[in-house]
Design a protein around this ligand. Structure first.
Ligand code: ATP
Ligand code: MG
Length: 403
């Protein structure tokens, strides 16, 4: 029996003149996702995207999982294809639906007829299909109010389709429909989740990671890039990670500034450097994994001190989330196990014993002026290198400069 995937997208997202543009965007992203799973034809019609295998070697399970990661898709139906006549529909219902009713007691049939030339109306289609199911599965009962399974028959432009109901899609908005953001990606739990959340709202994600070699190791960097691999899947299968060394900046901070201010000063450097990189590569915002009050540098006052170091808006999608909520998402998107691997981050080397939780911007700036801020920023940017990341792996584009 031939199967097909029918994908429904959020109507709210696709309103008005942009509808076409978004639909094409989704089709392109799905075509790319489809490649490893076989030869599929992907097209749209009547507010539905069709993913149709072109031969018998297509991996429908794999395709379905891949489509489940495309933002903007709200529901995915895996359906059997039938000809547009009642005989074929009933035959397909009898053959395709019973395995989906195993262990279930009640069902109903809902039909949709977008081809109005079809001789039966949707009520009649449902009634006949219901009869076919009852004859194939005599132990099932019909319950129109609260059924265990709702079987659907859809009579559409190009054919008729039968399925046991949709599964949830990734939701959100198509990646690329809301500009580009530069994610400050650490090896922790929060920042990959922040990247996922903004990708879900339609942002294309590019990332920046700060390392502090030799205080942080190659293993720590590898961990971050493996996290980036997972995030890249939600970013439509590729992502650039810019890597910047903070070693010299940190050494200078330790030598010249008061310990209480290390983290705040370092975070101001991070924000400034990220802001420059974002401007250079056309990103309209920075994204961090900060959550209010989680650590000393994430109090309102501390954020008030680090924020002005950036000119672009700083998006913090985790700001109001408890750690437990962030962990739930990290597990769902598959980053959690990697995030908890124990490697050091540049923020955790030279951590002050008593970090300032209610810092005063004036005092921070006094500390900052002890160092040639601009020079250090320029030097860090000069040593930056790029890593190209896909879900399958990563490639470091320029050799690491170690000073
Ligand atoms: P996470 O779990 O994301 O590491 P965290 O609770 O450990 O967050 P911090 O270490 O204070 O918090 O970092 C706050 C945010 O700053 C991170 O979510 C991330 O966006 C950014 N950040 C921290 N360290 C780095 C780094 N080495 N490279 C890039 N961004 C970083
Ligand atoms: Mg961290």
């Amino acid at each position: 029996m031939k199967e097909i995937l029918l994908l429904k997208y959020g109507e709210i997202v696709l309103k008005g003149a942009n509808k076409r543009y978004f639909e094409d965007m989704l089709c392109r992203q799905l075509r790319r996702k489809a490649k490893p799973h076989g030869n599929f034809e992907i097209y749209r019609s009547q507010s539905t995207i069709y993913i149709q295998p072109k031969d018998d070697f297509c991996d429908m399970d794999g395709m379905m999982a891949a489509a489940g990661k495309v933002f903007g898709i709200v529901a995915i139906c895996r359906a059997a294809v039938c000809e547009k006549n009642m005989e074929s529909i009933l035959e397909t219902v009898k053959a395709y639906i019973p395995p989906h009713l195993e262990g279930k007691k009640t069902f109903k049939v809902e039909s949709k007829r977008s081809d109005k030339s079809f001789p039966l109306d949707s009520m009649e289609i449902s009634r006949e299909a219901g009869g076919a199911i009852l004859s194939a599965c005599p132990r099932m009962r019909v319950d129109v109010h609260n059924p265990d399974v709702t079987v659907r028959v859809e009579v559409r432009e190009f054919g008729a389709y039968v399925h046991p109901g949709p599964v949830k899609g990734a939701g959100g908005m198509p990646v690329g429909s809301n500009g580009c953001g530069l994610l400050l990606l650490s090896g922790g739990i929060d920042s990959p989740v922040a990247g996922y959340m903004m990708a879900k709202r339609g942002m294309t994600i590019e990332a920046i990671h700060f390392e502090s070699f030799p205080y942080t190791s190659e293993l720590a960097r590898d961990k971050v890039l493996r996290l980036a691999q997972i995030v890249s899947e939600y970013n439509q299968d590729d992502m650039i990670v810019h890597v910047v060394s903070l070693t010299h900046i940190q050494e200078e901070l330790v030598k010249h500034c008061d310990e209480d201010y290390f983290t705040l000063l370092l975070r101001r450097y991070m924000m400034t450097i990220a802001d420059r990189v974002a401007h250079r590569y056309g990103c309209g915002a920075l994204i961090t994994g900060e959550s209010l009050g989680q650590v000393a540098s994430q109090t309102t006052e501390a954020i008030g001190v680090t924020d002005p170091a950036a000119t672009l808006p700083v998006l913090r999608p985790c700001i109001g989330l408890d750690k437990e909520d962030i962990v739930v998402t990290a597990r769902k998107i598959g980053t959690f196990d990697t995030s908890i691997e124990p490697f050091e981050d540049c923020c955790t080397v030279f951590t002050p014993r008593h970090p300032r939780t209610r810092p005063d911007l004036k005092k921070v700036l006094e500390q900052e002026r002890k160092l040639p801020f601009e020079e250090l920023v320029e030097e860090a940017l000069a040593g930056m290198y790029r890593v190209d990341v896909t879900p399958e792996g990563y490639e470091i584009r320029q050799p690491i400069s170690q000073n």
